[in-house]
Write a protein that binds this ligand. Sequence first.
Ligand SMILES: C[S@@+](CC[C@H](N)C(=O)[O-])C[C@H]1O[C@@H](n2cnc3c(N)ncnc32)[C@H](O)[C@@H]1O
Length: 421
Amino acid sequence: MNIGTESTPKNRFLPAREVLSAFGLGDRSRMVPTVTDRQELSTADGITYIMETIVLPQERLVHPETGLPSGYEILRSELAMTDSFNLLIREDRLIAVIPDIDPATYPGRWPHYLDATDLHFSFPLPGAVGIEGLWSDFFAAWNLDNAVIEDNFARRGINNYGKDKIYQLGGDIRNVGVVSINKETGQTYADRHSVSELEKFQRSFEDVLSQDSGQYKIVFPVIPTVYDSFKEWREVIPYLYAWHKSYSSDSARTLIVGPGHGVDVWTASLNSSLPVSCVGLNPLEVASAKIIASIAGFEINAKVGDNIISPEGVPAFSEQFDLSYWNMPNYALKAAPKEKFRHLWDEDVDGVVLSRYSRSLPIIMNPSSRALIWNTCELGREIIGIIKQDNPGSSVVMKPLVSNKGAMFYIDNIYGGVSAL
Ligand SMILES: C[S@@+](CC[C@H](N)C(=O)[O-])C[C@H]1O[C@@H](n2cnc3c(N)ncnc32)[C@H](O)[C@@H]1O
């Protein structure tokens, strides 16, 4: 099976390639699970497709860089605690991953499935040549893909698939993100749409994709399990944009931690002529950052990793950076109830993650560098306390956010007398 193809200019880039690779399903020859069954099926309307069954090894599979959950484990934890999954393949494209379980015996409600249909759209950069027809071509295929998934659910005794998509991983079918930044002011528009909404309002989609000389714009897929907060971006991106722009040189080396969808990485690229580096724990966020870079056409150096320096003391990158920013995992005084892997991506109990970051800054940053972090908790004083304790000479300025309870923290004088870890 070939996921994504370079055959036409319109297929320049398909997000499915990155996302499915992050789940371990990108390159069939390197896939860990065994394919145990392959059936050729057809809908009542004669749309043919293939259903393969894969079986994951029973032992837990960790990511080689971090020792943290691999894509297969994310799949297992997010979809259903089973080893066996069905892959639906239409015209050589993987369009869905569905747990291979018997709904009658599975405890609780039917679990989720991964819908990859939206990911086979080649998101163009607004204003790019050859956009006309892109959306309608995609739509013809997308409707057939959905008919296949509906057929497959009906075979499992589930007939309301098309009604509300309650079974879809991510729980929100508005899977297309749109962000624009005013080039002068940094004022940001950020919102999400569903594919079907855009079909109905094709004109509005074309508007979104039209070029606007006063704005930077991007349209991108919203990837399940990856942190997204469109409301927060509206407030935070203008600060990031202004902060980065005020840095005199466009050759500043920038390091972004925890890129999420990569909207902050894209913001950095707008003021930088060098590749932007980023490191994140969740393989899906690293895939997302690469997707945004590919759509916008900037160079990225993105990897899966734990913090700017690993627990074993290994820096994420060998070079040194001038700017760093991180929308940090939520600082909390005690752990929230564990829900799937959310606690791994978005919780920092007692500031352990923050502390390693601030202690490591002098090692991975240049002497005149600066960092900007933000957090959506109400514990701003405690956050400043941790930074000052671990990096005593640094200066920190806090700016409260109004869109949520959090604040931004501008960190300077990173080298203020701190020795390494
Ligand atoms: C609040 S989200 C921010 C995402 C994105 N930057 C944004 O603003 O939309 C925090 C991100 O940090 C990542 N993260 C948490 N702990 C990390 C660690 N120890 N090393 C690298 N990334 C981490 C999470 O996976 C998550 O994507």
